[in-house]
Design a protein around this ligand. Structure first.
Ligand code: GDP
Length: 443
């Protein structure tokens, strides 16, 4: 889950607050001290933390909060609001040019995730009905051009290149002419980074900016680098001017410092976050949803969006019909499991479900993707007949299936039991969402 350490500490602190009926000023101050420490440990900028705590304290120790029937909840609500504000308040959309193509320039240090983000952004724009093209202007990093071409092939989108012997300015200019003639309405320029911010890189980026007048300059920074990412953002903004930030590698064990300080320190919003290496692992950054995730309140809206993007509506209707007719089979079970897996890594998905999203609960749940591989192997080792009529799977069949899938008879038994329970539960679900009581079919 995102910012595990920070989330756990904040959630622990608030659990204590919630447990108390009445709160005194001292209770709130003690809790805020813990919040302050948690933020500092997460590598949030010191000044940002100080301001943040001061703001909350002013709002939280007032009579209205302390005298309310649910003071703990009120304090959490204030923290949630302030966290959201700290990260920019509301989402920051891309601005598109009145006359296409819209030019988006990605800049950043080497290894921050520029090329990958170029592909991800192109994919997301394509899904939104745009016709993006990518320009390979990183002529210094070996393989950057090839990497972008591979992404272009996978996405079935054009990548403009001129090899690594022309200047990035010429490549960018020619790339935009190409996009115009090719009817592309958005172009994303993948520029070259360096290991550190240096004059040569900045001069080159300024020349490109001068020549192509981008509608958006987005800085790509690696969340794992914490406060360094914020320093880099400050420098790029001072020297080049940026419109926003793409914060990558939030799926790793980034502590949160960058996400929580970038806007406050630079004044520039985080527009997207990278949640993995795959091309669909780019999310629009919603400060309110991120605050909810950090505080263990889940993120139902993102979950629904992910489900809509990856679950086939027709299949869902078919499934509903099957459930009504009591024809739900192990094949459907497998199919449904694959669809859920398409939504992304399970711990990310579960982290969005309120109730399951508390850092503690997730740890106990221990989602093991390997176990899902086992389930797939077991079902694949069954005959079509067995998948449709699992009741027929007797002892000797169980033994054969276990052998065929490289699992044990206990694994097969467990799966069959799980399937039965799922079937029962989904039947209830199809009769009314309320009966589901927030449970996911598989767990
Ligand atoms: P560039 O030098 O800035 O173009 O960086 P790349 O796009 O080549 O990315 C550097 C490395 O970071 C690659 O191995 C990417 O797969 C990886 N990467 C990029 N974005 C993410 C992300 O959001 N999450 C994770 N886990 N890895 C990422």
């Amino acid at each position: 889950m995102v910012f595990q350490g920070l989330a756990e500490k904040l959630q622990d602190t608030f659990k204590k607050l919630r447990g108390k009926g009445k709160l005194s000023e001292k209770d709130v101050k003690a809790a805020l001290k813990e919040v302050k420490l948690a933020l500092l440990e997460a590598d949030v900028n010191y000044k940002v933390v100080k301001n943040f705590i001061k703001k909350i304290e002013i709002r939280a120790v007032g009579h209205e909060v302390l005298a309310s029937l649910t003071p703990g909840q009120q304090v959490i609500k204030i923290v949630n609001n302030e966290l959201t504000e700290l990260m920019g308040g509301s989402k920051s959309a891309l601005s598109f040019a009145d006359s296409p193509p819209t030019v988006i320039m990605l800049v950043g240090l080497q290894g921050s995730g520029k090329t990958t983000s170029t592909g991800k952004l192109a994919k997301s724009l394509k899904q939104d009905g745009k016709r993006p093209a990518m320009i390979a202007a990183d002529i210094y990093r070996p393989a950057a051009i090839k990497q972008l071409q591979v992404l272009g092939d996978r996405l079935d989108l054009p990548v403009f290149t001129m090899g690594d012997q022309s200047s990035p300015v010429d490549i960018a200019k020619a790339g935009i002419s190409f996009a115009q003639s090719n009817n592309n309405d958005v172009v994303i320029i993948d520029t070259a980074g360096r290991l550190h911010v240096d004059e040569e890189m900045m001069d080159e980026l300024k020349s490109i900016r001068q020549e192509v007048k981008p509608d958006e300059i987005l800085l790509v920074v690696d969340a794992m680098t914490g406060q360094d990412a914020v320093k880099v953002a400050n420098k790029f903004d001072d020297l080049l001017g940026i419109n926003g930030v793409i914060l990558t590698k939030l799926d790793g064990d980034a502590r949160g410092g960058a996400a929580l300080s970038v806007k406050a320190v630079t004044g520039k919003p985080i527009k997207f976050v990278g949640m993995g290496e795959k091309l669909d692992a780019l999310e629009v950054f919603h400060p309110d949803r991120m605050a909810s995730r950090i505080l263990g309140m889940g993120d139902v809206l993102s979950l629904i969006e992910k489900a809509e993007a990856s679950i086939d509506a027709e299949k869902a209707m078919e499934l509903e019909e099957k459930l009504k007719q009591n024809e739900f089979t192990l094949e459907d079970f497998l199919d449904q499991m694959e669809q859920v897996r398409n939504m992304g890594p399970l711990d990310q998905i579960l982290g969005m479900i309120p109730g399951l999203s508390g850092a503690g609960q997730l740890k106990n749940l221990q989602v093991d993707e390997k176990q899902l591989d086992h389930i797939t192997a077991i079902i694949n080792s069954m005959t079509p007949e067995e998948r449709r009529k699992p009741d027929k799977i007797n002892g000797s069949r169980r033994k054969r299936i276990a052998g065929g899938s490289g699992t044990s008879i206990q694994d097969v038994n467990r799966l069959l039991k799980q399937f039965k329970q799922t079937k029962k539960m989904m039947k209830q679900f199809s009769g009314g969402a309320k009966k589901m009581k927030g449970r996911l079919p598989f767990f």
